[in-house]
Design a protein around this ligand. Structure first.
Ligand SMILES: [Zn+2]
Length: 287
């Protein structure tokens, strides 16, 4: 698959040399705010929801045989890590005419399309139309899911198994909108496999041990278990493994100023070492 870009939506970079059944995706690092995004919350506050620079931290993935997909749109416009059914009725001026299944994230104001900007301010001074929401799903959410699912299917067909690393960052301290409540300090890194259901236990253990050996404190499924992108296509029994990695933003950036800090280069070097370890693991399990 050649490199490609859907402007404003996503990019996909394929392996540079030897191809492995390994995909990294960064759904929350996009910074291209669409022209019709008429939010009233200040842009600086909106941008706190981005997983800043995460795709850059994993940029070496294609040199190690992996495919890398990154979203270009901001997750606060429409969130690729939510089910397309997680539609918050309070966001819309009309009833949603199709199937929907709003969950706890919609209740917190951060469903498929966020209604609230952390720490809890309204994003809009109006309600959205059904046509607007449909357009966001069809122009941004669906192509992103098609790209990730398409790459996983393609690699699984070719190699008989596939490993997927879903890449995120988390605020160093929880906000009032966090499920665990405000003011909780986060570990360096949290791995999420939705309670050991989205990948083989040895894959989670490999990533945990590698990162612990690098000196990070690593937790599993706490405070984040993983969400739609590790849930949707994983099936460990069928050789489809998805694991979420959340990196504490204080390790690599000034969270308020949205700039890389002095820790960025060292973290990027360690992420590249992790990619090499994961690539070796995948290489050793190919039929
Ligand atoms: Zn994220």
């Amino acid at each position: 698959m050649p490199d490609r870009e859907l402007p404003g939506v996503l990019y996909e970079r394929g392996p540079r040399d030897e191809a492995l059944p390994l995909l990294f995706d960064s759904p929350h690092s996009g910074t291209t705010y669409p022209d019709d995004f008429d939010h009233v919350a200040p842009r600086g506050q909106m941008r706190q929801s981005e997983d800043s620079f995460i795709d850059e931290l994993y940029a070496a993935a294609p040199e190690h045989g992996a495919t890398l997909i990154g979203a270009l749109f901001p997750r606060i416009y429409i969130d690729p890590n939510r089910s397309a059914l997680d539609i918050d009725p309070a966001l819309l001026e009309e009833d949603w005419p199709d199937e929907s299944d709003p969950g706890p994230k919609s209740e917190l104001g951060v469903g498929l399309v966020w209604r609230l900007c952390p720490p809890g301010d309204p994003i809009y001074d109006r309600k959205l139309t059904v046509a607007e929401l449909r357009r966001r799903i069809e122009t941004y959410h669906r192509p992103y899911h098609d790209a990730v699912c398409g790459a996983l299917d393609r690699l699984h067909r070719r190699f008989g198994a596939v490993w997927h690393v879903n890449c995120h960052s988390m605020p160093s301290v929880s906000s009032v909108m966090a499920a665990e409540g405000p003011g909780v300090r986060r570990p360096d890194i949290t791995l999420g496999d939705i309670d050991a259901t989205t990948c083989g236990a040895d894959f989670t253990a490999l990533v945990r041990e590698t990162l612990s050996d690098f000196g990070y404190d690593v937790t599993i499924n706490d405070p984040y278990k993983g969400a739609e992108l590790v849930r949707a296509w994983s099936d460990p029994a069928a050789g489809r493994h998805s694991l979420q990695i959340e990196i504490n933003r204080a390790l690599y950036m000034d969270e308020a100023g949205l700039e890389r800090n002095g820790g960025f280069a060292a973290l990027q070097a360690n992420v590249t070492r992790l990619i090499a370890v994961v690539a070796d693991y995948v290489r050793g399990r190919m039929p």
